[in-house]
Ligand binder design. Structure first.
Ligand SMILES: Cc1cc2nc3c(=O)[nH]c(=O)nc-3n(C[C@H](O)[C@H](O)[C@H](O)COP(=O)(O)OP(=O)(O)OC[C@H]3O[C@@H](n4cnc5c(N)ncnc54)[C@H](O)[C@@H]3O)c2cc1C
Length: 556
């Protein structure tokens, strides 16, 4: 039975629109009004980079649902160009400003839902307001960028920030035929994942002609010749460009909540409980504006992703209408396409876990299985890093990079994490298989098998980052040809074929660390040597992982 009847929703895109539609599906009697200060509701902000890249040709294709559709299908009153400027919590009403007429009016509520999203961060830099410097958040933003590119026949763009929107913009600007420079403050693109996972992406970007300025940042924008801009970096580098796109992240849109005295969390998002209720029991908040709990680390964070925003909107609607739903939290499952590569991940990175002091008792494995059967034309490797808890094998997180089938594997592991599954469950997972889609032992199974081998004590692991500190004998079991091409200093080469015949050359009183190219042959060697009484560890991920760790620009 609905306790509240007049439901007002601020923000009509991912969280707001899904909340409104869900509320109507749950209650035919509630009055539902959705306000958005923009000219559209329910538009595909995730599609904006592809509209700029001309992959999505028509602007109207970005509109998922119109106000008319909301009215006809759901009897929801959508008010566009309507900015909610304040909340009076005592009188339970909001002030709405019509941005076209400039007039304001009051709307009372029984339940209020805030889904105002986030705003793009615009750093306080000289020249920031010059024409040609854009952020990307709305359809009008994307239209302006498209128009600028067309009007000035732009040939070069500077993307500031190498996160996922920066990468989607880079990819789409390249598709439009522009030359692209990317400036990123950190030492890697996509700082949310671990650096070794990005080495191949750096290489691919450079090979595609992208100028990458890592460990660098913009300090000044200046007007150049005509429409052009001059950009100075902290390194002193000067770049001339036709346009700049700022992709340095977003901040929760909290002004309305702050002014209304709602509690804001320590990460700058609106604080909500598991039922998406704010510090006021009649006000809910969802989406990019709120702080949520990471289900793995238990840390609070703001995670601007469309999936959580949609799910939170549904939960807020259910709770308002008397259903006892809770939001389970987030694990940051994401995917991004960069050139012909796909990067996907779920759960925290190794560096985040270390930063939070949560690495103790965890272990990681690297593997590079094919996305399809090796004999099938077009099979490509997927680089996978799986992190798990050595106490009970619980899956903690995974990162994967490849050309095909990447997000499928991460989605499976995401569900494993959600269900607190272990590496033994991954080992046993029954997954689709036909040669063009996978292997009979799917990459997810293989990740589970390798980790389960560790859990069962069948294999001990070593890591490349520890190699300089170890006294162990480093044993390279690749062929002499591979060894001669490149190897780790001081490594002894006995190829797998000869391992049983040449065991007498190996010490029993010294630890041995084995490696091959990706860790498979060295696993076989490790098992053989262990059973013959040697003290052996397998360096997870093999020489390929060594190169990814060692060279940000490894050409794999
Ligand atoms: C370019 C781009 C690409 C993205 N790609 C992906 C992706 O591939 N995958 C993914 O998971 N996520 C992606 N996201 C993030 C995703 O779009 C957001 O996480 C999601 O839209 C958040 O939903 P929301 O309802 O919180 O906010 P939004 O969808 O941003 O909606 C907020 C709305 O509230 C309105 N509003 C704000 N304040 C007021 C006010 N006071 N009064 C009235 N209206 C107000 C705003 O005008 C806006 O329309 C992308 C975002 C962008 C910008």
């Amino acid at each position: 039975m609905a306790e509240y009847l007049r439901i007002l929703i601020v923000g009509g895109v991912a969280g707001g629109a899904s909340c409104a539609a869900r509320a109507r599906r749950t209650s035919e009697s509630a009055e539902i009004i959705m306000f958005d200060r923009g000219p559209y509701v329910s538009f595909a902000n995730c599609g904006l980079p592809y509209y700029i890249g001309d992959v999505i040709k028509k602007e109207e294709n970005l509109l998922i649902a119109s106000p008319e559709l909301f009215r006809k299908w759901f009897n929801i009153d959508v008010r566009l160009h309507s900015e909610v400027s304040s909340i009076d919590r005592i009188r339970r009403c909001i002030t709405v400003k019509d941005l076209e007429s400039g007039q304001t009016h009051i709307e009372p509520y029984d339940a209020l839902v805030l889904s105002p999203g986030a705003r793009s961060i615009r750093p306080d830099l000289p020249g920031l307001d010059l024409p040609g410097i854009f952020s990307l958040r709305t359809i009008p933003d994307s239209r302006e960028i498209r128009n600028w590119i067309d009007q000035y026949h732009a040939r070069h763009a500077l993307v500031v920030g190498g996160g996922y929107i920066g990468m989607e913009m880079t990819d789409n600007l390249l598709k439009r035929g522009l030359n692209v420079t990317v400036v990123e403050k950190q030492s890697q693109i996509m700082p949310i994942v671990d650096p070794e996972m990005m080495a191949e992406v750096h290489t691919a970007l450079i090979e595609a002609g992208v100028s990458l300025w890592l460990n660098d940042s913009v300090v000044r924008f200046e007007k150049g010749k005509g429409h052009r801009l001059g950009v100075t970096l902290a390194s002193g580098q000067h770049i001339e460009t036709d346009l700049v796109i700022l992709c340095i992240g977003v901040r929760p849109e909290i002004q309305l909540a702050v002014d209304a005295g709602l509690t804001i969390g320590e990460h700058g998002g609106i604080q909500v409980d598991a039922q998406m209720r704010t510090s006021d029991p009649l006000i809910w908040a969802v989406g990019d504006a709120v702080e949520v709990q990471d289900v793995v680390t238990r840390a609070k964070s703001v995670i601007p992703l469309a999936g959580p925003a949609n799910r939170q909107g549904r939960i807020a609607a259910d709770v308002i209408l008397g259903r006892n739903q809770t939001f389970r939290g987030v694990q940051g499952t994401s995917v991004v396409g960069i050139l012909d590569l796909v990067l996907a991940f779920t759960g925290p990175s190794e560096k985040l876990l270390k930063r939070l002091g949560q690495w103790d008792g965890l272990e990681k494995v690297y593997l590079y299985p094919g996305h399809a059967a090796g004999y099938y034309p077009g099979a490509n490797p997927i680089s996978i890093k799986l992190i798990f808890d050595t106490h009970d094998g619980t899956v903690i997180s995974a990162q994967a990079l490849g050309k095909s089938g990447v997000e499928k594997r991460i989605d499976v592991i995401s569900m494993a994490i959600q269900n607190k599954a272990t590496v033994f469950d991954l080992e046993e997972a029954e997954l689709c298989y036909a040669p063009q889609f996978g292997t009979a032992k799917d990459p997810v199974n293989l990740a589970g098998m390798i980790a389960a081998n560790v859990m069962r004590g069948d294999i001990a692991l070593a890591h490349w980052e520890d190699i300089h500190a170890t006294e162990a004998l480093i044993l390279d079991v690749r062929t002499p040809e591979e060894f001669n091409r490149d190897h780790v200093d001081e490594a002894l080469n006995i190829q797998l074929d000869d391992i049983r015949d040449r065991m007498n050359e190996l010490p029993k009183d010294r630890e041995i660390w084995t490696y091959c190219y990706v860790g498979q042959r060295s696993y076989y060697a490790t098992r053989a040597l262990t059973q013959h009484g040697f003290d052996v560890k397998n360096i997870t991920g093999g020489f390929k992982t060594y190169l990814l760790h060692a060279n940000g620009n490894y050409k794999g």
